[in-house]
Ligand binder design. Structure first.
Ligand code: PNW
Length: 497
């Protein structure tokens, strides 16, 4: 969605059904434990000792409420802006919506076992604000929270660590109608109250929180470009204000959560950092790309890390700068326990330049390869440079990759297998760059694969699949793909294969 031009989807469906790789791997594509796991693990480590990830590295999977839960009218859940938006004809591919999605609301026990079967030790899920506060504010709906209590208990009983995201785009519709959503600081306040309520209730068991997910998506793409809910096309000043109100919500929530927590918790953000990558890795280009990364994130991650807008950002906006106070900036810059970044691509390539900025931003060349999502330029180096620049720019000592993965139009082979060699290729290349980062001491502590299973991919509906597990949307059966086997091998052995 972030690329300058839309590209037609590439079809990666040429599955070589009878290759040795396919047959060998598919034989163990089951959720049952394998007999030879221990020996297998040892021999892998003997073969590649240098490829180990740091001890205690976390291998997890991620999902978001509206994309997987379904059950939109159950147990007192309120309406979200995505319920509304997905019902507008023509907005979503095939007019799909999240009414049923993966029905995780009813199948979470089965899904926790799927995680266990691939040795995922952590799960990043999001809490649906309108399930807990159907009207955005006011009286909580206890039944809404029950679902998350049950899910959390099930995860913990199965040895899976819980990471909760408090906002993954499903704003209560009431707040959109009453205040124009993120156009108002009332929504920021309401978010902080909701976040404080959640930590009060679940911090006995959930120790890791992400405040909001991917600011650019629910601000610019939703209020300026009109591509995501609520689908508005506002002027530059209003959008700058939306961005400001969103980071303010983050800062207010961090403070409020620290007040209500029952025990020590860690709070961070899950941001789709705009990553500028040195196109040729010379010291000059690296410095230029670092500078560019700071400026390209100025209205979002940079202000959350630094507690101030860069001069360049404010100058660029001129009279369209948002209204803000010093006290708000202080809140926005509230210290965090870690930084979570969603890493999918290099947004820009960079060369050092003698202009005032010190860098030149290059767009992707016409034939740059993409995965199935038209925005998804294949650029594994982003998995090294994104965490490296977070560390170099802000001295962060704890980073999580909160999302990485790729879409595909996976199909079943005649014998019911999903041989997603494209996703395995993608992961192999991105994880090699992650390994490069950890072996250089860049403090990445964990990796969450997006996604556990195929789910509602926003405007692409059910047309693009991101899962390690294939979701049959007719029967809702889940089937492990070849990439699930690949993930499992890595997670179990904590080694790059
Ligand atoms: C993220 N881009 O969205 C979201 O957090 C997920 O909910 C989503 O399903 C997943 O990635 C896959 O799309 C993105 O344009 C949207 O670079 C746009 C971009 C990246 C991620």
């Amino acid at each position: 969605m972030r690329s300058e031009k839309s590209r037609s989807r590439r079809n990666f469906l040429k599955l070589g059904g009878s290759t040795a790789l396919g047959l060998a791997a598919v034989s163990s594509l089951s959720c049952q434990p394998e007999k030879s796991q221990t020996e297998n693990g040892q021999s892998l480590q003997q073969l590649n000792p240098i490829r180990k990830f740091p001890d205690n590295f976390i291998w997890g999977t991620a999902t978001a409420a509206y994309q997987v839960e379904g059950a939109v009218n159950e147990d007192g859940r309120g309406v979200s802006i995505w319920d509304t938006y997905s019902k507008i004809p023509g907005k979503i591919l095939n007019n799909d919506n999240g009414d049923i999605a993966c029905d995780m609301y009813h199948r979470y026990k089965e899904d926790v076992l799927l995680m266990k079967s691939i040795h995922a030790g952590a799960y990043r899920f999001s809490i649906s604000w309108p399930r807990v506060f159907p009207n955005g504010t006011g009286t909580a709906n206890p039944k809404g929270l029950d679902f998350y209590n049950n899910l959390i208990d099930e995860l913990l009983a199965n040895g899976i660590t819980t990471y909760a995201t408090l906002y993954h785009w499903d704003l209560p519709q009431v707040l959109q109608d009453k205040y124009g959503g993120w156009q108002s600081k009332e929504t920021s306040k309401a978010f902080a109250d909701y976040a404080a309520y959640i930590t009060e209730k679940i911090s006995d068991r959930v120790k890791h929180y992400f405040t909001l997910n991917e600011f650019y998506s629910f601000t610019d793409l939703s209020y300026e470009r009109g591509e995501l809910a609520p689908g508005l096309k506002l002027d530059q000043k209003s959008v700058a204000q939306v961005r400001h109100n969103a980071v303010l919500a983050h800062g207010m929530a961090v403070q409020a959560m620290r007040q209500t927590t029952q025990s020590p918790i860690e709070i961070g953000v899950a941001e789709n950092i705009v990553t500028a990558v040195p196109v040729i890795e010379t010291p000059e280009n690296i410095e230029a790309a670092k500078k560019a990364t700071r400026e390209l994130n100025a209205g979002l991650l940079t202000v959350m890390m630094e507690g101030k807008y860069t001069e360049h950002y404010l100058k660029g906006l001129g009279v369209n700068a948002p209204d803000f106070t010093d006290a708000e900036l202080k809140l926005i810059g509230s210290p965090l326990d870690f930084v979570g970044i969603n890493v999918y691509l290099a947004n820009k390539y960079v060369l050092a330049a003698t202009n005032a900025d010190g860098y030149e931003l290059l767009s992707h060349a016409k034939n740059h390869p993409t995965m199935a999502s038209p925005w998804h330029m294949v650029s594994p180096e982003s998995m090294y440079w994104a965490p490296r620049f977070v560390k170099d720019l802000w001295g962060t000592n704890k980073i999580y990759i909160t999302e990485n993965g790729c879409g595909a139009t996976d199909t079943l082979s005649d014998d019911g297998k999903i041989l997603d060699t494209d996703r395995v290729m993608f992961l192999k290349n991105y994880l090699a760059q992650l390994h490069r980062a950890t072996s250089e001491g860049i403090p990445v502590k964990g990796y969450f694969h997006w996604s556990l299973m195929d789910n509602f991919e926003w405007i692409f509906g059910y047309g693009i699949r991101f899962g390690l597990f294939y979701t049959d949307y007719k029967t809702l059966a889940r089937t492990p793909k070849l990439s699930a086997e690949y993930f499992k091998t890595i997670a179990k052995n904590n080694i790059l294969v």
